[in-house]
Design a protein around this ligand. Structure first.
Ligand SMILES: Nc1ncnc2c1ncn2[C@@H]1O[C@H](COP(=O)(O)OP(=O)(O)OP(=O)(O)O)[C@@H](O)[C@H]1O
Ligand SMILES: [Mg+2]
Length: 205
């Protein structure tokens, strides 16, 4: 539209007056550029306004999460008398969102170096049981002991040092195995891979 009107204006100037034609022409080009800036800005403003409700809802949700109080409190224990053991004593548990017990009166002991498998139908509580050992939730009854100490008595760091948790989904490493380094490199890095390897093959770390 701008260029269409502009062309008409330039054309109206007699061809002999080339200086005026040029001035008109450049004015129109500059005007066109400025008009584009203005339109772009308005478009951006419209985009911002359109996205505002989504941003508002997201902010609300984020602040909800940030303001959620941690239902698990840490204690002060850092030492474990019985290294590498896990014990459940009369554990019962139901999720906060439902009153029905998922686990009832579960008791067992696992010694260092032992491997235990829990077998059960879907929804029987295997994942729940393991997440209790890692204290993702607090038991509703009974106690869970790791290294001979109630998991509630540990500091968070001490507990994380003693429990490694690998989920059903393969989310542990990204990329391929070669990229992660050779077996020796990974062992030398220590930490999780070494723990995993040592626990599987019973080598003292
Ligand atoms: N976050 C949760 N909130 C409420 N109930 C849950 C929650 N997670 C699991 N449940 C319920 O607890 C019960 C046990 O679930 P869990 O995931 O421990 O079973 P599972 O034995 O691991 O099953 P699967 O073999 O499918 O992995 C199920 O009835 C499930 O609906
Ligand atoms: Mg499961």
């Amino acid at each position: 539209m701008i260029y269409w009107v502009g062309a008409a204006i330039v054309n109206r100037v007699p061809a002999a007056d080339s200086a005026l034609r040029l001035t008109n022409f450049s004015n129109i080009v500059v005007f066109g550029a400025y008009a584009t800036y203005v339109i772009m800005t308005v478009m951006m403003l419209v985009m911002i306004i359109m996205r505002m409700p989504a941003a508002q809802v997201s902010t609300q949700r984020i602040s909800e999460i940030l303001e959620t109080e941690d239902s698990l409190q840490e204690d002060s224990r850092t030492e474990a008398p019985k290294v590498g053991t896990v014990e459940f004593r009369n554990v019962s548990f139901h999720y906060p969102s439902s009153g029905k017990n998922v686990l009832e009166n579960i008791s067992f002991q696992v010694q260092r170096g032992e491997t235990v498998a829990f077998i059960g139908a879907t929804g029987s509580g295997k994942t729940t049981l393991v997440s209790l050992a890692a204290r993702f939730y607090d038991v509703t009854q009974g106690e869970v002991l790791v290294g001979g100490v109630n998991v509630k008595d540990y500091t968070f760091d001490a507990r994380y040092d003693r429990i490694g948790y690998i989920t059903q989904k393969a989310m542990l490493f990204s990329g391929d195995i070669i990229e992660q380094g050779t077996h020796e490199q990974l062992l030398a890095k220590g930490s999780f891979y070494a723990d995993l390897y040592n626990s599987q093959f019973e080598k003292a770390s």
